[in-house]
Design a protein around this ligand. Structure first.
Ligand SMILES: [Zn+2]
Length: 186
């Protein structure tokens, strides 16, 4: 794993925010978005099978900006900017859920689908994921990686977790500290 491999496995909204790393933007174009969505879809099938075009990229990046501002504020104990909360709500409202009832093989079947374009629906799903986490008490655990040169966020399952991932930062920082101590001892 290196800095250009997306970190996945956090709540989807955090995975999205984490596509901006200290080294750059992992969602630089529609192709990168498609690859990342395929990766997310392994755990969240709702993000699979979406055509990742320019419109989808633009919509997802707008949600990412709002989510990054909101979660970034919370992690620093600040109030999220009004514009970020408004932006997330607007993204969800742009593709409202519609319930449909069908009669299928002798039973009534309900299905819920968002209205709007593919891009709007995708953005709404990510905005909803962000809202779900922002309003979840677990968001109080959200923290930024302990490595000085890393900006990634995570929700630790264990309170002692310090790093976005051991492979990406934990081992790297431990090796650097060990090296520093040896240098100081000499
Ligand atoms: Zn890190």
């Amino acid at each position: 794993m290196n800095a250009t491999t997306p970190l996945v496995g956090e709540p989807p909204a955090i995975d999205l925010v984490n596509t901006v790393t200290a080294d750059g933007d992992l969602l630089a174009g529609p192709e990168e978005l498609g690859a990342w969505l395929a990766l997310e879809a392994e755990r969240h099938p709702e993000f699979g099978g979406v055509t990742a075009d320019r419109a989808a990229l633009k919509a997802v990046l707008a949600v990412r900006d709002h989510a990054a501002a909101a979660f970034g504020a919370l992690v620093e104990g600040r109030r999220p900017p009004e514009s970020s909360l408004g932006g997330l709500a607007a993204a969800v409202n742009a593709a409202p859920n519609r319930t449909r009832l069908d009669w299928d093989a002798g039973a009534v079947v309900a299905s819920v689908q968002r209205e709007g374009t593919t891009a709007d629906r995708l953005a709404a799903d990510f905005a909803q994921a962000a809202i779900d986490l922002l309003t979840d008490p677990a968001v109080a655990k959200l923290r930024r990686c302990g490595a000085e040169d890393c900006v990634l966020l995570f929700v630790p399952a264990h309170p002692r977790r310090q790093w976005c991932s051991p492979e990406r930062c934990g081992n790297r920082v431990r090796v650097a500290r060990h090296y520093e101590r040896r240098k100081a001892a000499r």
